[in-house]
Design a protein around this ligand. Structure first.
Ligand code: KG4
Ligand code: ZN
Length: 340
């Protein structure tokens, strides 16, 4: 089954064609436009700018993707688009584009939960080493959750952030240091820095939940106290911030592994690109006898392939959220139905 997928939940415009077979997916073609430049000067994603950018880039990416996949719309078996969670305006752009195409071509439309896409993304890895059940850590600019994935459509959120996401904390911290508001810029600045130079607190939150707002305030105070930063001080500060965020993430993942006895941990989301985060996660997983699976970066960040896969798996089982479903800015994974 060939599925055309659209992802527009936030600031990435992505279109993909995925072949879905035997519970797995193979990417035939994918084109993604990342809007970071458009939002960088505002210090965060501006919903209205994001919506307009999706509208501008969707037609081009759609044409490019079909051409790269060497398929026509007539050869597509279903059209999937993210309908939630995310920004209401941006969700409307991708889902209306998908619905219009599906209606015109007489194809099934599948509204996809973005988080389900992330949860199933390891099934797109070539020779995927992942089998159910597993723990999913999703750490991005918008999400910070630990989910137990027992099967297709069977999810239990074990912990989530009570305020900011880890990526948002890194983005805002980078900005305070006079860098581009991105975790990647912070990671670059942290190279060679001393991660213990500036003391930062470990957030104390019950269970498997996260909180980054207190840490964000502590970071702001440290930066204020430090005054003008030379290159060494900036590297030390960036390394300390990165270490603090990575430590809290790894601590909760270790706790989740211990509590669930699951032996596979899959990490997704843009923050998974961070070497410090991966190193500390590898340490805790090894200590607990679990395997850490880090899909390629293109599968970790927002992408249409994971949306096409989730849509295709639901279509195969005739268990779809179709035309009637409006966009859902909030849509917890625990509300999904099992795909059987
Ligand atoms: O998954 P993603 O692309 O989706 C959104 O949430 O939009 O994640 C973006 C997040 C941003 O907060 C970004 O700063 C962070 O991932 N990120 C990183 C790195 N690369 C991207 N954080 C830390 N280190 C990196 N190398
Ligand atoms: Zn995402």
């Amino acid at each position: 089954m060939k599925i055309l997928g659209f992802e527009t939940s936030c600031d990435d415009t992505s279109v993909a064609v995925v072949q879905v077979t035997a519970g797995r997916g193979t990417i035939i073609a994918q084109h993604t436009y990342t809007q970071v430049e458009e939002h960088a000067k505002w210090g965060g994603v501006v919903p209205d700018i994001a919506s307009r950018a999706h509208l501008e880039h969707l037609p081009r990416l759609y044409a490019q993707t079909l051409a790269s996949a060497n398929v026509t719309l007539a050869e597509i078996d279903g059209i999937a688009a993210t309908v939630g969670p995310g920004l209401v305006g941006t969700l409307l752009m991708g889902s209306m584009f998908g619905k219009a195409l599906a209606m015109g071509a007489g194809k099934p439309f599948i509204g996809v939960n973005h988080l389900e896409g992330h949860a199933l993304s390891p099934l797109l890895m070539p020779d995927s080493p992942v089998t159910f059940p597993y723990l999913l850590l999703l750490v991005s600019g918008g999400h910070c959750v630990i989910v137990r994935v027992d099967g297709l459509g069977q999810y239990k959120t074990l912990g989530s952030t009570r305020d900011d996401a880890a990526g948002e904390c890194l983005d805002k911290s980078a900005r305070l240091l006079g860098l581009r508001p991105s975790g990647a810029a912070l990671e670059k600045a942290a190279q060679g820095g001393d991660p213990f130079a500036y003391p930062l607190p470990n957030p104390k939150v019950d269970g498997l939940d996260f909180s980054f707002s207190g840490l964000k305030t502590a970071i702001a105070l440290q930066v204020q106290k430090a005054g003008a930063l030379d290159d060494t001080a900036r590297a030390n500060m960036a390394a300390s911030i990165q270490r603090a965020v990575a430590t809290t993430i790894a601590y909760k993942v270790e706790k989740a592994v211990k509590e669930t006895n699951l032996t596979t941990v899959v990490v997704a989301g843009g923050v998974a690109a961070n070497a410090e985060v991966r190193t500390l996660l590898t340490t805790v997983c090894t200590r607990q006898g679990a395997t850490l699976v880090v899909p390629p970066f293109a599968l970790c960040t927002d992408n249409a392939a994971m949306i096409a896969l989730a849509g295709g798996l639901r279509l195969q089982h005739q268990n779809v959220y179709d035309w009637g479903l409006p966009v859902r800015p909030r849509w917890p994974l625990d509300e999904m139905t099992a795909i059987v």
